[in-house]
Design a protein around this ligand. Structure first.
Ligand SMILES: NC(=O)C1=CN([C@@H]2O[C@H](COP(=O)(O)OP(=O)(O)OC[C@H]3O[C@@H](n4cnc5c(N)ncnc54)[C@H](O)[C@@H]3O)[C@@H](O)[C@H]2O)C=CC1
Ligand SMILES: O=C([O-])CC(=O)C(=O)O
Length: 333
C-alpha cells in the first residue's frame, strides 16, 4: 500500500464538505489504493459541528482513512498537505451575484495563501471552490509565492457537468456519451459554455457533433447557454441554499482528473492562470479546455472561435479583470 497523502478541506463543517469528505475518504478521487489523512479546517465557532463530522467519518468505517485532524488553526490544517480543497467561504443568497461575495471572501484566500506558503508541500495542488472562485484562487496564489502558480486552480467543473447533462438529457443519452464541452472564463453568469467542438455518441452508437445531433442552433446559442449560466441561481431559488451535492461531485471530478489524468480523447474545463491563450488576459484565472497528465494540466490549443464565441470570451475576460482589480484593492486595505 502507498504511503498516506495529506488532504485538507476548508469549510469542513459546511454543506459542500459534507458530501465531499465521503468521496475523498472512500477513494473516489485519489484512488482505491491511496490511503489518506484528512485535515478538516473550519473556524473556531464551528468546532462543535465539525466534531460531529469527525464522528460520522469514523462511523463510515472506511479503510483508506488513516487519520482525521479537525482544527481551526491554519498552521495545523495546511501542514504538509499534498492537496487542498478550499471550500470555506460565505455562499451567496438569492438575488446576489457571486462577485458580491468578493469583499467578504477574498481576505480568507489571502490568509490561506499565506498559510499554504508557510506550511504546505511546495507540490500541493490547490482547488478553490469558494466564490468568487476564479478571483479567490488568483489571490491565494499571489500570497503563496513559494508554490508554483500552475498548482492553483478554480472550479468550473460544475458548469461543465451541468452543460454536459443538459445536452445528454436533450439527446436521451448517458452523460458520458457527451465529450469536449468547454467552459470558458469566469465561474459566473458571464461564463461561456461552448459546444462548438463537442461530440456525442448517439443512441444508435454513431459519433456526431453535438451541433448536428441537437440540430437547433437557436437553442444552443440561447436557452442552453443561459440555463448553464444561471443554474446556480436556480438551485438557490429552489433550495434556499446553494448547490452542495453537485458542487462536491464536481470538486471530486476536478481533482481526480488533475491528479490521475483527464479522459483519453477528451478534455475537461478548469480555471487556471491564463498565459494569454485565445487572446485572454494573461494572469487572471480563466477557465479553459485542458488536458491533464501526470499531475500537470495543459491548455488545449488551436480551437476555432467564431465571432459569437469571441464576444463571449471577451465579456467574461472583462469581468475577470474588474474582479482582479477589486480584489487587489480589498487585499491592500
Ligand atoms: N465554484 C463552484 O462551482 C461552487 C462554489 N460554491 C461556493 O463554495 C463556498 C462554500 O459553500 P457551502 O459549503 O455551501 O457553504 P457553507 O456556508 O455551508 O459552508 C462554508 C463553511 O466555511 C466555513 N468557513 C468560513 N470562513 C472560513 C475560514 N476562514 N476558514 C475555514 N473555514 C471557513 C464556515 O464556517 C462554514 O462551515 C461558497 O462560497 C459557495 O458560494 C458553491 C457551489 C459551487
Ligand atoms: O450559485 C452559487 O452561488 C453556488 C455556485 O457557485 C454554483 O452553484 O454554481
Amino acid at each position: 500500500m502507498a504511503e498516506p497523502i495529506r488532504v485538507v478541506v476548508t469549510g469542513a463543517a459546511g454543506q459542500i464538505a459534507y458530501s465531499l469528505l465521503y468521496q475523498l475518504a472512500k477513494g473516489d478521487v485519489f484512488g482505491e489504493k491511496q490511503p489518506l489523512s484528512l485535515h478538516l479546517l473550519d473556524i473556531e465557532p464551528m468546532m462543535g459541528v465539525l466534531n460531529g463530522v469527525v464522528m460520522e467519518l469514523q462511523d463510515c468505517a472506511l479503510p483508506l482513512l488513516r487519520e482525521v485532524i479537525p482544527t481551526a488553526d491554519p498552521a495545523v490544517g495546511f501542514k504538509d498537505v499534498d492537496a487542498a480543497f478550499l471550500v470555506g467561504a460565505m455562499p451567496r443568497k438569492e438575488g446576489m451575484e457571486r462577485k458580491d461575495l468578493l469583499a467578504a471572501n477574498v481576505k480568507i484566500f489571502k490568509a490561506q495563501g499565506q498559510a499554504l506558503d508557510q506550511h504546505a508541500k511546495k507540490t500541493v495542488k490547490v482547488l478553490v471552490v469558494g466564490n468568487p472562485a476564479n478571483t479567490n484562487s488568483l489571490i491565494c496564489s499571489k500570497y503563496a509565492p513559494s508554490i508554483p502558480p500552475a498548482n492553483f486552480s478554480a472550479m468550473t467543473r460544475l458548469d461543465q457537468n451541468r452543460a454536459q447533462a443538459q445536452i445528454a438529457n436533450r439527446l436521451g443519452v448517458p452523460v458520458n456519451n457527451v465529450n469536449k464541452v468547454t467552459i470558458w472564463g469566469n465561474h459566473s453568469s458571464t461564463q461561456f459554455p461552448d459546444v462548438a467542438n463537442a461530440t456525442v455518441v448517439t443512441a444508435n452508437g454513431e459519433t456526431k457533433s453535438v451541433a448536428d445531433a441537437i440540430n437547433d442552433q437557436a437553442w444552443l446559442n440561447g436557452d442552453f447557454i443561459s440555463t448553464v449560466q444561471k443554474r446556480g441561481a436556480a438551485v438557490i431559488a429552489a433550495r434556499k441554499l446553494s448547490s452542495a451535492m453537485s458542487a462536491a461531485k464536481a470538486a471530486a471530478d476536478h481533482m481526480k482528473d488533475w491528479w490521475n489524468g483527464s479522459p483519453e480523447g477528451s478534455w475537461v474545463s478548469m480555471a487556471v492562470f491564463s498565459d494569454g491563450s485565445y487572446n485572454t488576459p494573461a494572469g487572471v484565472m480563466y477557465s479553459f479546455p485542458v488536458r491533464c497528465s501526470k499531475g500537470q494540466w495543459e491548455i488545449v490549443q488551436g480551437l476555432n472561435l467564431d465571432e459569437f464565441a469571441r464576444g463571449k470570451l471577451d465579456l467574461t475576460s472583462k469581468e475577470l479583470l474588474e474582479e482582479r482589480d477589486e480584489a487587489l484593492a480589498v487585499c491592500q486595505d
